[in-house]
Design a protein around this ligand. Structure first.
Ligand SMILES: Nc1ncnc2c1ncn2[C@@H]1O[C@H](COP(=O)(O)OP(=O)(O)OP(=O)(O)O)[C@@H](O)[C@H]1O
Ligand SMILES: [Mg+2]
Length: 267
């Protein structure tokens, strides 16, 4: 059997994905994207476009929200992901940092971090130690607060903890849902640096963001979702130069104001 190229072993392929909530609400229609091994891909889009839904489908948490994959497929290397099994996703190396930094407020920083590897079954103390060392190197502030209740951390610190908890499972692909939301500019800058560092350590990143400037500066490739469909797709630096992205997502004046340039013609 011919060996797969190494790239394929840890690449995420989403192909023609359809997702509905409940009986009727179609949240994604024929969405495709690829995150290559070690790459950074960003998914932009307005509120309700379906960004979180896509991450839920990949991380297997869709069912917890009454969502169903009704068409297409998700493949991570050799593993088929079905939208229903978060543990299978974590075992395959795919870990999501949920929207809204959902840390366990009543648990300490340390307990939150330890919870990050639980889905993997028995973990050796050495793995836990390595994971904590990695997290504390990235986020020295957490190292100073290991016994503090997570609910008492600042918003930025809670986001760090949410990312740190995900890193405890040693992901090969990290799914980040709006890590910059509600944070002061300095903290947004720090989060961007951290994403770069995590990626430089070999972890691929699928980044959902409304802060398009930050996301496009980090990503190799970008997709723009509008009402459940991919409207624009391409290298991040090229998309950042298009009129539609500059005006709608970067808040710039572009001089051309034809609706057809926005990709929203059918909306
Ligand atoms: N659990 C749910 N049950 C029913 N509908 C849902 C559920 N979660 C999301 N939706 C709907 O699916 C669509 C996509 O929502 P989703 O949360 O994926 O958007 P989003 O792009 O992440 O938006 P935001 O930027 O506001 O986070 C929306 O119309 C939303 O109302
Ligand atoms: Mg969302």
């Amino acid at each position: 059997m011919p060996a797969r190229p190494p790239d394929e072993e840890a690449a995420l392929h989403v192909e023609n994905l359809d997702v509905t909530y409940g009986r009727a609400l179609s949240a994604l229609r024929s969405v495709s994207l690829t995150v290559p091994h070690g790459g950074v891909v960003t998914l932009l889009g307005a509120n309700g476009a379906g960004k979180t839904t896509l991450l839920r489908a990949v991380s297997g948490t869709l069912r917890l929200h009454r969502g169903t994959i009704t068409g297409g497929r998700i493949r991570y290397g050799d593993t088929e992901l079905d939208g229903r099994d978060p543990v299978a996703a974590v075992r395959a190396g795919v870990v999501q940092v949920p929207e809204g930094r959902r840390v366990f407020a009543g648990l300490t920083v340390d307990e939150n971090l330890r919870s990050g590897g639980l889905g993997l079954g028995r973990r050796s103390p050495a793995l836990v130690r390595d994971g904590r060392d990695r997290v504390f190197t990235l986020f020295p502030r957490l190292a100073e607060r290991t016994q503090q209740a997570a609910g008492l951390l600042s918003g930025g610190e809670q986001q760090m903890l949410a990312i740190g908890r995900a890193l405890m499972a040693a992901p090969r692909l990290l799914l980040l849902d709006e890590p910059s939301l509600g944070l002061a500019p300095q903290m947004v800058h720090r989060i961007a640096e951290v994403v770069r560092e995590i990626n430089a350590q070999g972890t691929a990143v699928l980044l959902v963001e409304q802060n398009a400037g930050m996301a496009l500066s980090l990503a190799d490739h970008a997709r723009v979702l509008e009402v459940g469909e991919v409207r624009l797709s391409g290298p991040a630096d090229e998309l950042a130069r298009t009129d539609a992205v500059r005006r709608l997502y970067l808040g710039e004046q572009t001089g051309t104001d034809h609706p057809s340039d926005t990709g929203q013609g059918a909306a």
